[in-house]
Design a binder for this molecule. Structure first.
Ligand SMILES: C[S@@+](CC[C@H](N)C(=O)[O-])C[C@H]1O[C@@H](n2cnc3c(N)ncnc32)[C@H](O)[C@@H]1O
Length: 278
């Protein structure tokens, strides 16, 4: 049976066991290291990066090889030991196509710095006045009150006008609202959030079972309709869900000037929430 993350996120021993099972020694392709896709933005913002709940993601060590000043934190001693050992390796032994990747993305390898520390990210941030905080898949599964605490910790860790990236997997419906509320409460601005929330609310109010994939509602093949009427019901409900799209897009467009203003004001801390479905 494949190992799963612990049910109890406070269970440090279970995290150690899980992360040990996930840790890979062999180099992989840089394109498969998802957290690396934010590199141009992290460098543009100044390169001071905090990765809370880093686990055994090889991305942070590669950020250090791009000249970033990286701090990774995790409650798992295994993760911290693994990250420390990884960061001592040359980048090409972490990503086998490192040169091709940096050339293709016009990134210049430069020695940065790397600190790995055992720390609960829902408490205090490490010192650093970070430009960017990247949290990959280590947020939405927390209970709402813990998400709120973590959001405040991320907010305190950032310099004015810093950016938080929350990279999620399979977070739908109300869970998105809970997550975003925790960030808003902590003082973050989330570009386009009001339009997304409006769209989510309209879609939910239809009562039609749907999942959001790449920002669009899809009707899943569950047992929500009688099997012999599935196609007709799906067609009908697809049309209902689609009826909100134009108004949603108009709201997205209308929100652009305010987002631009907040992004440029030199003060507002911005949260980017990425929803992937896998
Ligand atoms: C699902 S894993 C994701 C790991 C990594 N970010 C990735 O994308 O591969 C969640 C990670 O968060 C860590 N974690 C959970 N709660 C934490 C907390 N309160 N403070 C710090 N790390 C925590 C776990 O030990 C684990 O490494």
């Amino acid at each position: 049976m494949p190992p799963h993350p612990p049910e109890d996120w406070n269970d440090v021993d279970a995290w150690d066991r899980y992360l040990r099972s996930q840790a890979r020694g062999a180099p992989r392709s840089a394109d498969d290291i998802e957290s690396l896709r934010f590199a141009p933005m992290v460098l543009r913002e100044g390169g001071r990066l905090w990765v809370p709940g880093c686990g055994v993601d090889p991305g942070p060590a590669l950020y250090a090889a791009l000249g970033c000043r990286v701090t990774v934190t995790d409650i798992s001693p295994f993760a911290i030991g693994w990250q420390t050992a990884l960061a001592a390796k040359p980048a090409a032994r972490i990503a086998r196509d490192w040169k091709a990747f940096t050339d293709a993305n016009q990134l210049v390898p430069t020695r940065g710095s790397f600190v790995a520390r055992r720390q609960d990210f829902t408490r205090d941030p490490p010192d650093g006045g970070f430009d960017v905080v990247i949290n990959c898949r280590a947020f939405s599964q927390l209970p709402p009150d813990v998400q709120r605490r973590a959001a405040r910790s991320f907010e305190r860790g950032l310099r004015p006008a810093g950016h938080l990236i929350i990279d999620t997997l399979n977070v739908q419906g109300d869970e998105r609202t809970i997550l975003e509320d925790s960030l808003l409460e902590a003082g973050f601005f989330i570009p386009g959030q009001e339009a997304e929330r409006w769209y989510r609310d309209q879609l939910a109010a239809t009562g039609i079972a749907h999942v959001m994939v790449l920002g669009r509602p899809l009707i899943p093949r569950w047992d929500q309709y009688p099997p012999d009427e599935f196609a007709a019901c799906e067609r009908r409900d697809k049309a209902i869900l689609a009826s909100f799209r134009a108004a949603y897009e108009a709201r997205v467009d209308a929100a652009v000037p305010e987002a631009k203003r907040r992004l440029a004001d030199g003060v507002t801390k911005i949260a980017h929430v990425l929803y992937a479905t896998g």
